[in-house]
Design a binder for this molecule. Structure first.
Ligand code: COA
Length: 224
């Protein structure tokens, strides 16, 4: 069985661990994380093996980036690429209870948790995270490092930009585009395109006053 290392010992990493344990698709060797407070410890019975740059010490392992924010996953992927760890070293994690249609594609390093559905001709880039119960419908196109949190629903033909973040239970009307680096607040109903790097919230969604680049603080404790 292939060996998998979870990069960033986050809440998402523990969710990925639970999914992989249920499916038995990988043997999880441990986490890599730069937080000194985690060094030498364990989370959910799996050891923190070292810092992220220690990835080079595991030439036979596959990796999955588990930082909750796409920008952070992008930074880690860039740093690891400089150490010679490229796309072939990333595993996709697809929960047993996810549905991926035959005509859909999932990029390297992407994570699909329980009950994620890809209906027809959905294209997910690399290092995309789809948390439980995300519904992708026909012809959705999701760029690298995007994050779709629990319960998000996308209408047909929706596009999601690189590193965009869509909050819990948000819905996006068919044909709309969410820009690169944009944030959609939880519970929002998006009825028109959201420009790059803006934050939109509400029903119907509108630009949040002062809502430039708020994805850096999508959670209050920064740990997700
Ligand atoms: C949109 C979001 C990023 C804004 O966070 P923030 O920058 O800390 O914003 P604040 O909480 O200070 O709120 C700013 C204003 O926007 C409003 N607002 C915030 N989130 C909102 C939302 N989802 N829908 C409607 N209004 C919202 C607030 O009521 C506040 O309005 P006010 O200025 O009139 O009082 C955040 O609320 C959010 O929805 N994050 C996603 C959470 C999520 O899905 N987490 C998943 C974890 S796995």
């Amino acid at each position: 069985m292939a060996e998998l290392i979870l990069v960033a010992a986050s809440g998402l990493a523990r969710e990925v661990l639970a999914s992989v344990r249920a499916s038995g698709t990988f043997e999880v060797a441990g986490y890599l994380d730069d937080d000194p407070a985690l060094a030498g410890g364990q989370l959910d019975g799996i050891p923190v093996l070292g810092r992220i740059s220690d990835a080079t010490a595991y030439p036979g392992a596959m990796f999955v980036l588990c930082a909750g924010k796409g920008k952070t996953r992008e930074k880690i992927a860039t740093a690891l690429a400089k150490l010679g760890i490229g796309s072939v070293r990333y595993a996709s994690v697809v929960d047993l209870a996810a549905f991926v249609s035959a005509g859909s594609t999932v990029g390297a390093g992407s994570i699909l948790l329980a009950n994620v559905v890809l209906t027809a001709d959905v294209r997910l880039g690399s290092h995309v995270v789809a948390m439980p119960n995300v519904t992708f419908t026909h012809d959705n196109h999701v760029d690298d490092f995007a994050t779709l949190t629990a319960g998000v629903s996308l209408g047909g033909g929706v596009g999601i930009g690189r590193c965009a973040y869509v909050g819990m239970n948000a819905s996006v009307r068919e044909g709309c585009a969410i820009g690169a680096g944009a944030t959609v607040g939880m519970g929002s109903a998006v009825l028109q395109d959201v420009p790059d790097d803006e934050c939109w919230v509400g029903v119907p969604a509108h630009r949040m006053p002062g809502g430039d680049r708020p994805h850096e603080k999508t959670s209050r404790n920064g740990k997700h």
